[in-house]
Design a protein around this ligand. Structure first.
Ligand code: SF4
Length: 354
């Protein structure tokens, strides 16, 4: 248990944010619970550059410190630079949403007196409050995993299961999206469909590209949609393959947006079709109608938390395997037809229009 006297009224807390976009979105309810618990505290997020944008102007975060291990904090010199910066802040406690040994080592080196995190990745000795990680069955969805850390550390009351996560884009960001769409010849009232054919974790999470292309053609034909294809810079080739396979026109935006710009453009979409990925969690948190295709992962653990979501999945005995690449015949994804996804998309559109 955390020493409540030490943390009963902390002035300054450091929260080490999750590294992946999806995990960062799923940890937002825990961040909000922490804010509720310590309304007067300065809660500072330590986040990598790409993920950090998620917390811009989020009311639960007082401010951000960027940790850039591929840039100014690369190598041992860079590590000591961030450690010195954290030391000078004189935090009273560090809450580690990141599970790595490295995050605990950093908090220890920064001499933060209370260090709270799950006791895994051989880091127990570095934590003052190493919390035994609960089995997946005890918490269910990944969003509860972060809440459970706070609960088991005695920081919050027993949490309810999370129904949804909410993120917002600002008016300025919405205006930027309008202008960007205008520059692409997509101004005015349109039925925009966002496709996310990538998944950074690995190919086992990716539905077949030619099926994304076929689906996109059907959405253009059936709903008079304009299709935007999103993804990271590394996923641009995948996005270009999809557009090349299509008979109808589409617009590739993969690799051309920051995280906030991606959120702003997603928020203009009337429908998003996606693999289990960071953009899926963003779209759900923005409250968008979305169809998520699941195969190797478990939607009960990492499914989208939003008001208008549909999961399309072909039940196979080897799922969830959690692997990055399929060692067999990829039946979990080859079993999901274009018809399956198209039908789910039409149902969702009908439901959200009603
Ligand atoms: S092992 Fe099964 S669940 Fe995993 S990727 Fe292959 S087909 Fe899908």
């Amino acid at each position: 248990m955390v020493q409540r006297n030490r943390l009963s009224n902390p002035r300054k807390l450091l929260v080490s944010a999750a590294n992946w976009i999806g995990d960062a979105v799923m940890s937002v309810p825990a961040l909000e619970a922490l804010r509720k618990c310590y309304p007067g505290a300065e809660i500072v997020l330590l986040a990598k550059p790409w993920v950090s944008e998620l917390y811009w102007s989020h009311p639960a975060a007082s401010r951000l410190i960027i940790y850039d291990p591929d840039g100014e904090h690369a190598g041992p010199r860079g590590f000591w630079k961030i450690v010195q910066a954290l030391r000078s802040e004189r935090f009273e406690a560090a809450i580690l949403f990141r599970n790595s040994f490295h995050s605990a080592w950093m908090a220890w080196c920064a001499r933060i007196p209370a260090r709270v995190g799950y006791a895994r990745d051989c880091r127990s000795a570095l934590l003052t409050d190493g919390i035994e990680a609960p089995p997946a069955a005890a918490y269910g969805h990944q969003s509860s995993y972060y809440l459970q850390l706070l609960f088991r550390a005695g920081l919050i009351e027993k949490p309810e299961p999370v129904q949804s996560v909410r993120l917002v884009v600002s008016d300025a960001e919405k205006k930027w999206a309008e202008k960007r769409l205008e520059s692409l010849g997509l101004q005015g009232r349109r039925f925009l469909v966002g496709l996310n054919p990538g998944a950074s974790f690995g190919p086992a999470k990716r539905w077949l590209l030619e099926r994304f292309a076929d689906l996109a053609d059907r959405l253009v034909g059936g709903l008079q949609a304009d299709v935007l294809i999103f993804g990271s810079r590394d996923e641009k080739p995948l996005a270009e393959e999809v557009t090349k396979e299509m008979k109808q026109k589409s617009t590739v935006l993969a690799g051309e947006t920051t995280l906030r710009q991606l959120m702003a453009l997603l928020s203009r979409c009337s429908l998003v079709v996606t693999n289990d990925s960071g953009p899926m969690h963003l779209a759900a948190a923005l409250g968008l109608p979305l169809v998520a295709i699941f195969g190797s992962t478990d939607e009960r653990a990492t499914g989208p938390l939003g008001p208008h979501t549909r999961i399309v999945k072909r039940p196979v005995s080897c799922s969830p395997c959690g692997l990055r690449e399929c060692p067999i015949d990829f039946r979990c994804m080859t079993g999901v037809s274009v018809d399956d996804v198209y039908r789910a998309a039409l149902e969702l559109v009908k439901e959200t229009k009603a």
